[in-house]
Design a protein around this ligand. Structure first.
Ligand SMILES: [Mg+2]
Length: 202
């Protein structure tokens, strides 16, 4: 069993310009490659978990998304980083979907396919659906970054953040994760959203 970090894409790894489907619009945040490299070196499997409703809405094609993801993977390779799998939900919000966040489905798939120990794993996102996806799957902690929509979520829905760890950006999220002792006193998901403890790592 191995630990993993599940990553939302837009607003976490790259600027969220809205329904990104062209390489020209795909801008990785500074430090993304280096941060993910640190997780890789610490033994974490890395998964992308992304809702891409722009496909279901007819805004862009699956092929366009694939091109963006191949570009992302080539950028990450330059930092020695490999994503074990890219999970995406192409459906619009009103369409039935197997894995659209906050569904934990893709995290459970990763557990089954890659032997991921969810209780030692983390979810990093910039929206409530990302945090909930992690909680629904029973990850150790969900982390909210203030990039993308994160700062807005922190301001508008502080009562919904539960045990989420709130940090400035992806490099800060990675630093927080690597600071945790494996299986330490913070481990487990008992209480989930009810835990009420929120850590501000600014
Ligand atoms: Mg996002």
């Amino acid at each position: 069993m191995r630990p993993a970090v599940f990553l939302d894409r837009d607003g976490v790894l790259n600027e969220d310009l809205g329904y990104i489907h062209r390489i020209e619009d795909f801008r990785l945040f500074a430090g993304t490659g280096r941060a993910l490299r640190r997780l890789h070196e610490a033994g974490y499997l890395l998964f992308l978990v992304t809702n891409q409703s722009g496909i279901g809405r007819g805004y862009f094609t699956l092929e366009a998304m694939d091109r963006v993801h191949r570009f992302l993977e080539s950028e990450l390779r330059r930092h020695g980083v490999r994503l074990s799998r890219i999970y995406f939900a192409p459906e619009a919000p009103d369409q039935p979907s197997r894995g659209r966040k906050p569904s934990p489905r893709f995290l459970l798939d990763a557990r089954d396919e890659f032997g991921v120990d969810l209780s030692q794993s983390y979810m990093i996102g910039d929206k409530l659906a990302d945090l909930e996806c992690g909680w629904n799957a029973g990850v150790r902690r969900s982390l909210l970054v203030r990039t993308g929509y994160g700062a807005q979520v922190e301001r508008d829905a502080p009562d919904k953040l539960g045990r989420a760890v709130v940090v400035d950006d992806l490099p800060s999220a990675v630093a927080w994760i690597l600071d945790q002792a494996p299986g330490g006193p913070d481990a487990g998901t008992a209480g989930g959203m009810e835990g009420g403890r929120r850590e501000d790592c600014r």
